[in-house]
Design a protein around this ligand. Structure first.
Ligand code: COA
Length: 231
């Protein structure tokens, strides 16, 4: 059941996704995401093959549904040097064994939205990534018009670092995506174009002011006014 009634006594808990979740996972995934996943993907998720995952369940639900998924987050660990993301952001990752956690999917069934479940699932991923000393950051892509998800990531302190043109291909049409990054273990977030511009402007201003300061100081050490224009 994808949209169950939510009781006011809902008791949400989180656990890894397991083989018995296969059918409901596929059902919810198909319902929530416009991009189809191959059957092998679901098998890898429920068997934890190269995947880390957390499912949310409501233990107050009756009739054998108390352990049925109502939300999930699916991620995988990638070697930083094998990820195009760090190269794209200008890091030199070639000589390291550093890793990244890539969130592949995050979803909550409609009836359980706005209860903080996705936030808790993201916290599980961040906690996991932070406990791995070699992990530099958690990252994900989100389609550029998915405002609820974008608000969620911003609220969770993910930084939007790139817009990727035509990143998603859905039903023959390309859609832009934002790349969001959450840095951990001393990893630093790259400068956005706006931050870069601001810092160039501020650097230029500081340089100009110190040059003005030098020009304005006369030989006897007194400060005079700089005359601008034809001398
Ligand atoms: C995006 C999604 C995962 C959010 O799940 P959720 O459990 O409802 O999220 P939370 O309750 O933890 O919400 C936390 C914050 O997210 C933002 N948010 C969530 N739903 C929102 C909405 N409909 N509109 C605007 N902001 C929203 C808000 O900032 C919210 O904080 P607030 O409650 O203080 O306002 C859920 O809507 C979903 O499954 N959508 C379909 C699948 C999807 O788009 N996944 C993301 C793909 S990248």
């Amino acid at each position: 059941m994808v949209n169950p009634e939510v009781s006011s006594q809902a008791k949400i808990s989180y656990r890894p996704i397991q083989p018995s979740d296969l059918n409901i996972l596929e059902h919810i995934y198909t319902e929530l995401f416009p991009i189809r996943a191959p059957p092998a993907f679901y098998h890898d998720v429920v068997n934890g093959c190269g995947i880390v995952s957390w499912g949310a369940v409501d233990s107050s639900r009756p009739d054998g549904q108390s352990d049925e998924l109502i939300g999930f987050v699916i991620a995988c660990v990638v070697l930083a040097k094998e990820s195009e993301v760090l190269d794209m952001l200008g890091y030199d990752s070639s000589k390291s064994d550093q890793t990244l956690v890539h969130i592949l999917a995050l979803g909550v069934v409609e009836a359980y939205r706005n209860f903080g479940i996705a936030s808790s699932l993201l916290r599980e991923v961040i906690k996991y990534a932070s406990s791995t000393p070699t992990c530099l950051s958690v990252f994900l892509h989100v389609i550029s018009d998915n405002n609820p998800a974008i608000s969620l990531y911003k609220k969770m302190s993910f930084k939007c670092v790139r817009r990727r043109q035509g990143f998603y291909l859905i039903n023959g049409q390309h859609y832009d995506a934002y790349l969001f990054l959450y840095c951990i273990n001393g990893g630093r977030s790259p400068w956005s174009p706006l931050q870069l511009l601001t810092s160039i402007v501020s650097y230029t201003r500081t340089g100009f002011n110190s040059m003005v300061g030098r020009l304005c100081k006369s030989e006897d050490g007194k400060v005079s006014t700089l005359k601008v224009g034809k001398v």
